[in-house]
Ligand binder design. Structure first.
Ligand code: ZN
Ligand code: ZN
Length: 776
């Protein structure tokens, strides 16, 4: 008999990945059937086109989301896996400004929007290409965009619904404001950073001429100081309470009050209250009934109230006032400290607290219900539940949803030109109030017939928090909605738990009264070789495209899956992807070896030899552990279990044990067939087990060796019923290693004969071990 491998090429050629992708598309093998009995739906994060090249972590993240879809299919579900693109918001505008060298504030709105759209189309095309090259099995024919008319109409309809429910209101109150993005932002978009700061100890006087010292990192706020506080328990300062303090430079008198919020150990133990240094000041102004003085304007510059510093940028004003105080001998000392500074998530600029009129969505009154949802929702892994719980607990304000930006969904409101009362239109259409005529004849309140449209847009999270409603065709196709809702799984990164996850749960609850997801799946951060977060400034960001081009999507995906257990941070480097590619090579080599033997599918398993039964018992264990891993969508488990089995047991021991038998050397025909049966059974099972993680090579091998139906149409339904001989594993491994060591030390080749005793506990394997090692 002549043995010819069915896999002819001696090496796996990654250019096959492209052919296989085409084959999948032609055969439509990932088609979703909404009438299937078991439906599994994924609310895939629509990637945000912000102009940055796709980070290696994002590529790994999306490959793993694809593994969720593939695993669910093999577990017997019809999988709804829509792909979307998040195309609204500030980052898009910024990118367009850079890309075309334009400025939002200098171009007519209409024209600026055209540039944004063009920039988005370019970025999107690129992202789609990357997703395809990674083998993502989502529905690319019907991908959605959050800036499409249909999507924006739904965003607006949900706003109108919440408006009608009385959950929306206007308010002018101090809020986080980013002077760079020129808009109010929500607490969820604020990131705290440890930044260096100067703690300046400034001399004040009291009205009876006692010198007191106040330490502050924001001396430019002296102009808006309205009170000075001491702790009522602080013996040093009790005598000051009730007196007045005179603000240096401005020579204005403010009351000295007692308040327990003051920490005696910070600075001098005396604090000034200004509008607004931080959110504590906001609370104190309200509590103490102080009148606010606006120190900073919308451009991040000092207002007239700052006197000599009027018109200066905040940092410049700070520098100048320190100089002036120094000249006047009013500074005791300056300490260099590290200050936990609130910054804007997008621009990374320190935020200011400025009162502006904004539109708010109520969330405070939903905290209890949200907590209940956070407790009921299944978290994979469980330990990330705490991120959501902590966030909900920390919420103290309603959500300001209006933004003073252009490229986002317009807030559908018109105001009566006479009485100023707001009017919202009927839901269902996409409205652009900044340029469209109001869809009403007369004001409901004063019957006037002229309106002015709202110019502001929504916070991007207001759009993206309804992705599950959009994909489940909420209000559009009731029958479909019933089948899909609630969504099975929301996969996402841990960095957007307090934004995307929280806002989605909130909004969908407000709109449907239900919890929108059955489970959520949360990944950690992708960090560099040393465990540090990747950032442009550190120069350690890795581009995934060259890695995929060099090592193939499978190697890239295998690296992502095998790098760390679900939810933990994972490390990225070219070396790691290269290592993963060695496993792909190993798989190819082993499958190629097995492919030379005829496929035996029916065989009386009771007639298998002990070594066959042994490896099949190990295969069964591996199989069961992998399936457990797949059921919890933790791909680290199947990736590492399958690799361990394939490399360290199957290839290292079993294949060596059956080599002669598989070629018919010294064994009966039936015994030879038993080897063929076992070799194929192992490879077939392993290919299936690995196919969600490395979909290209497994399908290629499958099609060459096991028929013309894609491996991705198979199910996990292996039955391995053999006598359990897995208790021999360690002894077999030890004995083989011992023999190889002996031969090596005696200068013998592996084929050379050797005299060595087979341990009694391995007697049942005697014939096979003798053949394997040529034991004399
Ligand atoms: Zn900003
Ligand atoms: Zn009116």
């Amino acid at each position: 008999m002549k043995f010819e491998p069915k896999l002819q090429e001696t090496r796996w050629n990654i250019s096959h990945e492209k052919e296989i992708w085409k084959f999948w598309q032609e055969k439509k093998i990932y088609k979703f059937d909404p009438n299937a009995e078991k439906i599994f739906s994924i609310d895939t994060p629509p990637p945000y086109s912000s102009g940055k090249p796709w980070h290696v972590g994002a590529a790994a993240h999306y490959s793993q989301i694809d593994m969720i879809a593939r695993a669910a299919r093999m577990l017997g579900y019809s999988v709804y896996f829509p792909i979307g693109m998040d195309r609204n918001g500030i980052a898009v505008e910024r990118y367009a400004e850079k890309r075309f060298n334009i400025s939002l504030h200098k171009l007519p709105r209409e024209e600026f929007l055209k540039y944004c759209k063009q920039a988005l189309d370019e970025l999107e095309a690129e992202m789609i290409e990357i997703m395809k090259s990674l083998g993502i099995s989502g529905d690319f024919d019907n991908y959605y965009q959050t800036d499409s008319e249909e999507y924006r109409a739904l965003t607006q309809a949900t706003f109108i619904e919440l408006w009608n429910k009385g959950l929306i209101y206007f308010d002018t109150r101090p809020n986080n404001y980013c002077p760079v993005c020129k808009t109010t932002i929500a607490d969820a978009e604020v990131v705290y950073e440890e930044l260096p700061a100067k703690l300046v100890y400034i001399k004040f006087r009291t009205n009876d001429n006692e010198e007191i010292v106040i330490a502050t990192t924001r001396p430019e706020f002296l102009c808006s100081c309205q009170a000075v506080l001491v702790n009522p328990e602080d013996e040093r300062y009790k005598h000051l309470i009730g007196k007045k303090a005179i603000i240096p430079i401005y020579e204005r008198e403010v009351p000295i009050l007692a308040h327990p919020i003051v920490k005696p150990e910070f600075g001098s133990g005396i604090e000034m209250v200004c509008s607004y240094g931080d959110y504590n000041d906001v609370i104190l102004f309200r509590e103490l009934g102080l009148k606010e003085i606006i120190a900073i304007d919308e451009d991040g510059k000092m207002t007239e109230s700052a006197g000599n510093y009027f018109g200066l940028k905040v940092e410049e004003a700070r520098k100048r006032i320190i100089e002036d105080l120094e000249k006047a001998g009013l500074i005791v000392k300056i300490e260099e400290i590290v200050h936990r500074t609130p910054t804007c998530e997008r621009s990374r600029n320190p935020i200011e607290i400025i009162p502006m009129q904004e539109i708010y969505l109520k969330q405070i009154e939903f905290k209890e219900e949200m907590m209940k949802i956070a407790e009921e929702l299944e978290f994979l892994p469980e330990f990330h539940r705490q991120l959501l719980i902590n966030w909900i607990k920390s919420i103290t304000k309603d959500w300001p949803v209006s933004r003073r930006r252009y490229y986002a969904t317009e807030i559908p409101i018109w105001y009566c030109k006479r009485c100023g009362k707001p009017h919202v239109p009927k839901p269902g259409k996409y409205y652009k109030p900044w340029k469209e005529k109001a869809p009403f004849e007369r004001c409901e309140y004063c019957s006037y017939n002229e309106f002015v449209g709202e110019t502001r847009t929504f916070d991007t999270w207001f759009d993206s928090s309804i992705t599950p409603l959009f994909i489940s065709k909420f209000t559009k196709d009731e029958e479909f909605f019933k089948k899909i809702f609630p969504i099975t799984i929301r996969p996402q990164g841990k960095d957007i738990v307090r934004t995307w996850l929280y806002y989605t749960l909130l909004r969908c609850y407000q709109l449907t009264g239900k919890r929108v997801f059955q489970k959520t799946w949360i990944t950690g951060y992708c960090v560099d070789e040393k465990g540090e977060k990747m950032s442009k400034s550190k120069g350690n960001v890795i581009d995934p495209i060259p890695l995929v081009e060099k090592y193939g999507a499978d190697a890239f995906r295998f690296w992502g899956a095998s790098e760390s257990s679900l939810g933990f941070d994972f490390r990225a480097s070219e070396k790691r992807v290269e290592n993963a590619s060695k496993f792909i090579t190993k798989l190819w080599n082993i499958a190629r070896y097995v492919s030379q033997f005829p496929l035996v599918e029916d065989f009386d398993e009771s007639k298998l030899l002990p070594s066959d039964k042994w490896i099949l018992s190990e295969l069964k264990k591996t199989y069961e552990r992998c399936i457990e891993g797949y059921k919890s969508f933790n791909f680290f488990i199947p990736a590492t279990e399958a690799r361990e089995f394939l490399w360290n047991l199957f290839a290292a021991h079993y294949i060596e044990m059956v080599k002669k038998r598989a070629y018919g050397d010294g064994f009966s025909e039936e015994e030879q067939k038993a080897a063929w049966y076992t070799l194929h059974k192992v490879i077939k099972t392993l290919l299936k087990l690995l196919s969600p993680i490395i979909p290209f090579i497994t399908d290629f091998i499958w099609l060459k060796m096991y028929g013309d139906e894609s491996i991705h149409l198979q199910l996990f339904e292996e039955r391995i019923e053999v006598e359990d001989l897995s208790s021999y594993t360690q002894k077999i491994v030890e004995f083989n290693s011992l023999v190889w060591k002996e031969k090596k030390s005696k200068g013998l080749s592996l084929k050379d004969g050797i005299e060595i005793e087979i341990p009694t506990e391995l007697q049942i394997f005697e014939r096979e071990l003798k053949a394997m090692h040529n034991i004399l």
